[in-house]
Design a protein around this ligand. Structure first.
Ligand SMILES: [Zn+2]
Length: 232
């Protein structure tokens, strides 16, 4: 059971400043958020053709992905403001409230090679947040519900890319692509080049591998377990 009083949306403050060589606190979780691979291919083609309008459109779509992720995150993330117990049926009982949470984005244009752009974000989320006054204390983040909603994070980020790009260039997209799991661009005709540029993941991280959560992989695991996708 979730109990909500007062504000219903969490606020975000910076977790650490990588520009000043700061490191995040122990227990920090990294959400690794990719964009459709054809977005990177579009950017690379636009650079080769010196099409600054398309270069800007691709960067805007990448930023829109993160901004949509963050909006969804602040609406859904809660603090565990009391010990969590479980019913015999497995439902969680606790006091889950919004608060101030700590997030730092580190975006990279390339991953693994510099042949084509592979826009992605390392989103570092601090393990505790601060409940509003008069409590004002630190409480752990409800990571269980982040895990449960990871396909929602992936979906809002992905549709933000499409929405943003559509404002600048006529586009057509695939359904969830069988290889990438993302909706990919078929007009401009870029999805046909996906096999030439396989997925690469960026290893540049400031947290141990056990604390790195790959959003697309978690989304795909959840899809595979869903009866709707199993019967498809
Ligand atoms: Zn990276």
């Amino acid at each position: 059971m979730t109990t909500r009083n007062g504000p219903t949306v969490s606020e975000v403050a910076p977790l650490f400043d990588p520009g000043r060589a700061e490191v995040p606190p122990p227990g920090t979780i990294e959400l690794y958020l990719e964009t459709p691979r054809t977005l990177g291919l579009l950017f690379t083609a636009a650079e080769d053709a010196e099409r600054t309008d398309l270069i800007d459109a691709a960067i805007r779509a990448w930023n829109a992905s993160y901004e949509s992720f963050l909006r969804y995150f602040t609406r859904s993330i809660l603090l565990e403001c009391a010990p969590v117990t479980r019913t015999p049926g497995g439902e969680r009982i606790g006091l889950f409230l919004p608060g101030q949470v700590f997030v730092t984005r580190v975006g990279h244009m390339f991953a693994g090679d510099r042949e084509v752009a592979r826009f992605h974000d390392h989103i570092y989320v601090g393990p505790v947040g601060v409940r509003e006054r008069p409590d004002g204390r630190e409480w752990p983040l409800d990571l269980t519900s982040i895990r449960e909603q990871v396909d929602g994070f992936a979906a809002v980020a992905s549709s933000a890319v499409q929405r943003s790009l559509r404002q600048c260039v006529a586009t057509q997209w695939t359904g969830p692509h069988p290889e990438t799991g993302f909706l990919e661009l078929i007009d401009p005709p870029l999805s046909e080049h996906l096999a030439t540029y396989p997925r690469r993941l960026c290893e540049d991280s400031v947290v141990p591998s056990s604390q790195r959560w790959n959003v697309a992989d978690m989304r795909d695991r959840k899809r595979r377990r869903s009866p709707r996708y199993r019967s498809a």
